[in-house]
Design a protein around this ligand. Structure first.
Ligand code: SF4
Length: 221
């Protein structure tokens, strides 16, 4: 009798669109967001709503446990291959929680050259993790984004890394130009005079049905 192996990636959500898969971890106070700031913690969509459903919590805990296993990398490489995953968003929920896990993310990306991977991380605030994120950003099929907000902005941005700023109110502007601006929910209906806002978070973008699957600005070339 063949053994059914539970999957670790999920296909699609409202923002990502139909052709992107995602791998997620518990968020916030589980030690999985070591670079979190008080602003991102207070705005975190992954600590409320549907993320609190028992079946979602169960999936996140399962994925977190899976990252600790010795066979995590070959299992995930195999799953991405079998499912034909061409675009992978790491951590819709959670973050790169340790240098060891960052190295596993890199190994998965290197083992799946057919797939484009991307992630946003505040773990650049943890020097030991940042050292691996720098290397991860140099992998051809990976885009690494350093997440910033009014509490924390990177003073140095490594090669191939881009910066995404979370704007938490109408007066909150980045201290330097950034590559992308994300808006907290209550700002998404406003016509803000901001450059580089994620199109999916604007009224025009939502009306035209933009998702990461069609936009692809954040993905590697
Ligand atoms: S800019 Fe495009 S790819 Fe990036 S998060 Fe927004 S919709 Fe997705």
């Amino acid at each position: 009798m063949s053994r059914v192996v539970r999957g670790m990636v999920t296909q699609s959500n409202d923002k990502l669109g139909g052709s992107v898969f995602h791998f997620d971890l518990p968020a916030g106070r589980h030690g999985t967001c070591p670079g979190r700031t008080s602003t991102c913690d207070s705005q975190c969509y992954a600590q409320r709503g549907r993320f609190l459903f028992p079946q979602v919590q169960d999936r996140l805990a399962y994925c977190y446990a899976a990252t600790k296993r010795k066979d995590f990398v070959p299992r995930l490489v195999s799953e991405l291959y079998r499912k034909g995953v061409l675009a992978m968003r790491w951590m819709v929920s959670g973050d790169v929680y340790s240098p060891g896990f960052a190295k596993k993310v890199m190994a998965v990306a290197e083992g799946t050259p057919f797939c484009r991977h991307w992630l946003y991380s505040r773990s650049w605030r943890i020097p030991a993790i940042e050292a691996v994120l720098r290397d991860l950003a140099l992998v051809d099929n990976v885009s690494v984004w350093y997440s910033a907000d009014r509490d924390a902005f990177p003073t140095e941005v490594p090669p191939r890394v881009r910066v995404a700023y979370m704007m938490s109110d109408a007066d909150d502007h980045p201290v330097q130009p950034v590559d992308l601006v994300f808006l907290v929910h209550r700002l998404r209906k406003m016509a803000l005079p901001m450059a580089n806002v994620c199109l999916q978070e604007t009224p025009e973008g939502r009306e035209s049905g933009v998702t990461c699957s069609t936009c692809q600005v954040c993905l590697p070339d």
